[in-house]
Ligand binder design. Structure first.
Ligand code: ADE
Length: 266
């Protein structure tokens, strides 16, 4: 996969390819990242890339032409058809489903804005998709581009050591949050590892993990549960999770002297 990033700070995004999973993907030739700076395509001594907005108001707006020239150069650098994504808070929220779709493409061109944004006419003419990484405002699209590059890179075949780890993550194919994970030591002053994980009973472990994933999603992100297609077995597991929570709450209350006093029979 090839990703071109158009940004006033192309080195910023290039840094993504220096570390971790994206770095490994780049090293193995599974992903190539290329930066384009609109300033290199700007005219005049000052190489202006922005101007004051028509109609007044604060901030600056990025000019059409330096961005368009960068886009042309990026497109021409490779014959594969590229999808152009503009990172902006006005975009559609980035989801794992969106990431999966984008990860399956040969080429992406990511457009990063600064200041108040970019001239709307360029967006209308050149941008295929506008994406936001969350309901907050960053000072530019570069961090959002880095997020997108990371999310897409780790889905390239051969990037993760264990292919399964991509689908078992939170927002894997089932749309649920991930279950909790534990490693050595078994006993620690911060607590013990759930016994089932050491039982060697793979079916029981799988059931426990599924129950935890369902329960966590129900507690933390009930909106995701509405979207997830739960089987009858899943609903039973979720009921078990809720029942165990209710039991735990009763146990805690029973240990609390104040609660005992309140529930004590005369
Ligand atoms: N640029 C500024 N804020 C952004 C956001 N939340 N998502 C994507 N791009 C942005």
């Amino acid at each position: 996969m090839r990703i071109d990033v158009i940004s006033l700070f192309p080195e910023f995004v290039a840094q993504c390819a220096a570390f971790g999973v994206v770095g490994r993907a780049a090293e193995r030739g599974l992903l190539s990242l290329h930066g384009w700076n609109p300033r290199d395509h700007a005219e005049g001594n000052y190489r202006r890339v922005d101007e004051r907005p028509f109609g007044g108001g604060p901030g600056m707006v990025m000019l059409i032409d330096p961005l368009r020239a960068s886009l042309r150069a990026a497109r021409a650098a490779d014959p594969a058809l590229a999808k152009v994504v503009y990172l902006s808070p006005q975009g559609a929220p980035l989801t794992q489903a969106r990431v999966r779709e984008l990860a399956g493409r040969d080429r992406l061109i990511l457009l990063c804005g600064r200041y108040e944004g970019i001239d709307e006419r360029l967006i209308a003419a050149e941008v295929d998709e506008e994406i936001s990484i969350g309901d907050y405002v960053l000072s530019g699209g570069e961090l959002a581009a880095a997020v997108l590059v990371d999310a897409v890179a780790r889905l390239q075949e051969g990037v993760l050591n264990d292919v399964e780890s991509a689908t078992q993550d939170s927002f894997g194919d089932d749309g649920l949050l991930d279950c909790p994970h534990y490693t050595r030591p078994v006993e620690h002053e911060l607590g013990e590892v759930p016994a089932v994980l050491m039982s060697g009973n793979h079916a029981e472990i799988a059931r426990w993990r599924r129950r935890q994933a369902l329960g966590r999603t129900w507690q933390r992100r009930p909106d995701l549960l509405d979207e997830a297609a739960l089987s009858k077995a899943d609903r039973r597991l979720l009921d078990e999770y809720r029942a165990s929570l209710a039991q735990a709450a009763t146990d805690v209350a029973a240990e609390n002297p104040l609660d005992q006093a309140r529930t004590a029979k005369p």
